[in-house]
Design a protein. Sequence first.
Length: 165
Amino acid sequence: MTASTVEYRVFGHLAVTEKARDAGTCETMEADIAIVALGWETRFAAFENHLDLKVGKIVVLDFALKEANVPAVEENRRKLIAMGTRWGVEVTAITLEPSIEYQKNINLLDHLLTQMAASCGSYEGSLRKVFVECSTMPRIYIQWLIAVAFKKMSIQSLEFGYAEG
């Protein structure tokens, strides 16, 4: 796969583009914050091999699991903290209910993102750009992030990363 020209498709006020990365190539991603969902899958930390994050904060959605201290989850937690240290970025975990407790979690996330916009936002009290690593994120939370960006205009630009696996 070689680098290609970036083409945007525009739908009303929404511009969409897609870019595939070769293994071993790295891209700098600048954003106010990055949001990731902590998980057990090996692809959780795959973005480390493709991105150099330049963000103010990495926000980790840490969903409660039936079992505590799952080795794969704890290993991914350690990897993420190491990535943050290497990039010089604060890693903040948000402890949430199980992912199926959608409404409780969304209420908390809505409140916390509003606070983060005030402290980390680079555009008139809102988040100019948010990078979402969605490889292990439940779809309903991805949909909510898109909706909150448009409904409240609290996020001006969303960029998504996804690792197959």
